[in-house]
Ligand binder design. Structure first.
Ligand code: SF4
Length: 453
């Protein structure tokens, strides 16, 4: 495999030692469209929008486009529900050649009518996603959605997300706009003491863990956006007094809009690792302005830390000195992971994200050794090259990175789509440490090391 770096990609890589260039982390080129032909690991605009909206458990999601786009379903995103299961279905207009020539709007109208006729329970909220080909042929999905809302007196919200129309971040923004379209008609509610959790998608039930922590220290949770959420819960969000933002990449924009249009301030949180989980609990408690809650948070975090430390101490001797590579969606998660590896005495030698921002890369630059490689919007060739050069022992990534690690004979930890065990909160720390240990120290690697692509 040719692993030379494309010239247009050089500004997105901080690799100080190798070529004598001085692209420092804070100067990394990011938040821009992928380089043509670079085979980016990043998902498309539509996928970005779907990832945010799909966990709404009682919503119906119609993908207006070819059937291939609809393959992005609940099955590749293990978001759990305590109520409705509608979101586990996927609906598509399955556009064919004739629809593309003559237009697909009628087919979309027919799909909504069919859902209203046959779906049980009857839909109250439908999202219609326009994918690439609809962006090309120009179906007026807004008009179709408006007509359906008038006909059925339900919410039918268009999400114009052709995959080619920007980056995954643009998809996040479109989803946030769709959520505001849903929430804004319910803006005039009395405020009450309680928070909304933004940007947690309840993968493997993680949102339930965090919600439990907050409730134990005395903070009620009003709405979760969007893990384990429902139409009824979402429209209560304007009554909250505070938003906490877990996945800033996908939800910082929603938090900004909710602050300026609904007067709800926000704090950023990350519940990955001891340091960030503790700091987040204290930050949220401080933001409530209540001393009793702050004391509860301090006590709670101290007790949980005391319980988890023996687990860290047990596995640390077998992990100390190992080298980690990270490629995840957002910069904030990458930062938490680097801190977790630091807690285990491991070194992060490669770190990249799909949608990291300048300030996040700047923080990453302060947490890793000067020789670590930092990449924005990486592709498989770059990951292979740098993980090999830096002798990484394990890659932490998502479903798209897993085959790359295994083909290189490298341990892997899924920190994204498919995993079935929580990695957030103190319970998640235990799972994470055990998984890193069992993957890195598996005897299998001594039989496959030495093979290369
Ligand atoms: S890039 Fe376009 S065609 Fe591919 S999944 Fe995304 S919206 Fe669909």
């Amino acid at each position: 495999m040719n692993t030379s770096i494309l010239k247009e990609r050089e500004a997105s890589i901080s690799d100080r030692r190798e070529r004598g260039r001085r692209v420092i982390a804070a100067d990394i080129s990011c938040e821009r469209e992928s380089v043509s032909g670079a085979v980016s690991q990043r998902a498309c605009v539509y996928c970005g929008a779907r990832v945010v909206l799909n966990p709404i458990t009682d919503a119906y999601h119609i993908v207006h486009g070819p059937i291939g786009c609809a393959s992005y379903t609940w099955d590749i995103r293990g978001s759990l529900t305590s109520g409705a299961e509608m979101f586990r279905n996927s609906f598509s207009t399955d556009l064919r050649e004739t629809d593309i020539v003559f237009g697909g709007a009628k087919k979309l109208t027919a799909a909504i009518d069919e859902l209203m006729e046959k779906a049980s329970p009857a839909p109250r909220l439908i999202f219609v996603f326009a994918t690439c080909i609809v962006g090309v042929i120009g179906d007026d999905i807004e008009a179709v959605c408006r007509a359906a809302e008038a006909k059925y007196a339900i919410r039918v919200i268009p999400v114009k997300a052709p995959g080619f129309s920007g980056t995954k971040t643009q998809g996040y923004k479109l989803a946030c706009d769709a959520l505001m379209t849903l929430i804004l008609p319910h803006a005039n509610q009395e405020k009450r003491f309680g928070i909304n959790i933004l940007g947690d998608y309840n993968l493997a039930g993680e949102m339930w863990i965090i919600k439990g922590y907050l409730e134990q220290i005395g903070i009620p949770v009003i709405s979760t956006i969007t893990g384990d959420s429902s139409y009824e819960k979402l429209i209560q969000a304007p009554s909250a007094s505070l938003n906490i933002v877990q996945c800033a990449g996908s939800s910082a924009y929603l938090a900004q809009r909710m602050e300026s249009e609904l007067g709800i301030p926000s704090v950023r949180v990350s519940f990955f690792g001891i340091e960030d989980t503790t700091a987040s609990l204290l930050r949220v408690a401080e933001a409530t302005g209540r001393d009793d809650i702050l004391n509860n948070a301090r006590r709670f975090a101290a007790e949980k830390t005391a319980k988890i430390m023996p687990v860290i101490e047990k596995y640390k001797p077998r992990l100390q000195g190992k080298k980690a590579a990270i490629f995840v969606g957002g910069g904030f998660k990458a930062i938490s992971l680097i801190r977790q590896f630091n807690e285990l005495g491991m070194e992060t030698v490669v770190v990249g994200t799909q949608t990291g921002k300048k300030d996040e890369y700047e923080t990453i630059g302060t947490l890793v050794d000067g020789n670590a490689v930092i990449l924005d919007d990486a592709n498989p060739a770059e990951l292979e090259r740098f993980m090999t050069e830096k002798n990484a022992d394990i890659l932490v990534g998502g479903v798209k990175e897993r085959p790359l690690a295994y083909k290189l004979g490298m341990a892997f930890c899924d920190h994204n789509h498919e995993r079935k065990h929580p990695l957030a909160g103190f319970e998640g720390i235990e799972n994470f440490v055990k998984e890193i240990h069992s993957s890195i120290n598996s005897p299998v690697w001594k039989y496959v090391k030495g093979y290369s692509l």
